[in-house]
Write a protein that binds this ligand. Structure first.
Ligand SMILES: Nc1ncnc2c1ncn2[C@@H]1O[C@H](COP(=O)(O)OP(=O)(O)O)[C@@H](O)[C@H]1O
Ligand SMILES: [Mg+2]
Length: 292
């Protein structure tokens, strides 16, 4: 039973943890990098890496960060994951779950359609329309890259002049304007790490500014989530189709709000404050998906 891990770098912390965990479980593991994942059409093997026929040899595939690339590269990475799914290989997370989450608008819309609480958000291609959204959202917004992560590129904007200047330059470069009402949160939020039907571990992230990403210097603090909050995170992950998810939740006086779901989450910060071995949990979940 060969478990694959696909990503851009086998030394990436999460991949290394999974490789070590699979070793502890006594399971053979193959690390596949996307450039080596070879596709054939009209003859076999349809997908291989270094002569390994993935359809024959893989019991399951764990997806780690798919990395940056051109539109063609990213679509082709997703194409090969979809091809594996169509041929019956459990891919975790599935390419459709990844597609739902990488696009913050797509994920938020799915959550809202299913009745989950999210911040008020405006998304448009037009700087002029975005300015209307800025005013609708109370002249205090967070502008985020549609496909961003780790807090990189997000800015808080509170004056019209800066808003228009920034919106115009994003429109000029054909970017999408994703504006969200600024939700006051006292510089901390919750990251719930969902695996299957459980929250494996959770942390409060305490930032020195409104960005509470650990990669932006926020400090992780272990917390136990009450059942209601756990269910919220689990339901959110289910709605976008994630079996493994990092769910970011801002607490407000009235209710918690989900700001995003990470479909290829890291857990280094979280692992540093929890006794639970998260990599082992992931591997156990993946094994439960393997067709015997
Ligand atoms: N609407 C918001 N109001 C206030 N803070 C926010 C808002 N959205 C995001 N943040 C803060 O910025 C961080 C990064 O935003 P997030 O949507 O999770 O994107 P990323 O993919 O960059 O992590 C969040 O963890 C949170 O601390
Ligand atoms: Mg986040």
């Amino acid at each position: 039973m060969n478990i694959g891990i696909v990503g851009k770098n086998p030394n990436e912390w999460g991949s290394a943890q999974l490789i070590a965990s699979l070793k502890r479980f006594g399971l053979p593991c193959t690390y596949l990098s996307f450039p080596k994942l070879f596709a054939r059409v009209g003859y076999k093997p349809v997908l291989s890496v270094d002569g390994i026929d993935l359809i024959k040899d893989l019991a399951a595939l764990i997806v780690r960060p798919i990395g940056r690339g051109s539109l063609e590269e990213i679509i082709f990475r997703m194409d090969r994951l979809h091809a594996l799914v169509r041929r019956g290989i459990p891919v975790i997370n599935s390419p459709s779950a990844i597609e739902h989450c990488v696009d913050k608008y797509y994920a938020l819309t799915l959550l809202e359609e299913n009745g989950l609480p999210v911040p008020r958000t405006v998304v448009t291609e037009s700087a002029k329309e975005a300015l209307k959204g800025f005013q609708e959202l109370g002249n205090d917004i967070v502008l985020k890259p549609l496909f961003g992560s780790r807090g990189v590129g997000s800015v808080r904007i509170t004056d019209v002049e800066s808003a228009l200047r920034i919106f115009n330059s994003i429109q000029y470069y054909h970017g999408i304007l994703y504006l969200q009402e600024f939700v006051p949160h006292g510089n901390f939020d919750i990251r719930a790490f969902v695996i299957g039907d459980d929250v494996s571990a959770a942390m409060r992230r305490i930032g020195s500014s409104w960005k509470t990403n650990v990669s932006q210097g926020a400090q992780p603090l272990t917390i136990h989530l009450d059942k209601q909050m756990q269910n919220l995170a689990i339901e959110a992950a289910k709605i976008v189709g994630c079996e493994i998810a990092g769910v970011d939740i801002i607490e407000t006086n009235s209710k918690p709000l989900i700001v995003e779901i990470n479909s290829q989450p890291g857990w280094r910060g979280l692992q540093s404050v929890t006794q639970t071995n998260i990599a082992d949990h992931i591997v156990e979940h993946v094994l439960s998906k393997v067709k015997r």
